[in-house]
Design a binder for this molecule. Sequence first.
Ligand code: NAD
Length: 242
Amino acid sequence: TDEFEGIAAIVTGGASGIGAAIADRLAAGGAKVAVLDLDPAGSAHFGIECNVVDDDSVRTAIDAAVRHLGRLDVVINNAGIGAQGDVTTNDDAEWHRVFDVNVLGIVRVSRASLPHLRKSPAAAIVNTCSIAATAGLPQRALYSASKGAVLSLTLAMAADHVREGIRVNCVSPGTVDTPWVGRLLDSAADPEAERAALNARQPQGRMVDAAEVAGAVAYLASPLSGSTTGTSLAVDGGMQGL
Ligand code: NAD
């Protein structure tokens, strides 16, 4: 497993959950990894404080990452936030807030990274989408729309940059056991019972493991998928997403 030897990668939202598993997986394959996060303290990797809603913060962080890594080959746009409810639940400010992180965050990080990726012979961008993009889940209007935009953006970017040798793909996880889901469970009256019920509702009888999402990301970030661009790889335990 040295498929990332000589490769430099950044992972946004890499201090927790799926992002942390991705950072670990890329590093295990030999990559030099920088984690860009609101709070990178505690990360096992080179941490850079970054807020993806702030263009200056993103530019400064990408500069710092490239200075530290010496190059940039792989960009994992994973930072994201959730939202619950139907269209009457969230006001305009909340819609703007979630799109600013989940969609424009990818735009800002990609924009600042592209000049570096153009110099890489193995350039790949992998975005963390969600089954919510295509599943029509109830009470997830805002979140689903933001991830639908991530899917469309992935396809559009793949077309725009294929001639430059930059591949752009996304993974679409189902329900993944991360601190995010933990926080949702903690708001239930009986978190342990709720966790058991959530596991039981999954087609496989268990949530997806973050390492399983990281495995799919590693595939899409590595030369193993050298002719794959503009796709979504579902890691949803059989929820049959795209
Ligand atoms: P998490 O909350 O455990 O981790 C998210 C990380 O992103 C945190 O470290 C957080 O600090 C960081 N982050 C949030 N806003 C940021 C910002 N503005 N700038 C920089 N960093 C920021 O969540 P997770 O479950 O690991 O989710 C990661 C990604 O996976 C998200 O894009 C989420 O939408 C997606 N996803 C999660 C699930 C799931 O079931 N957990 C399912 C499908 C998709």
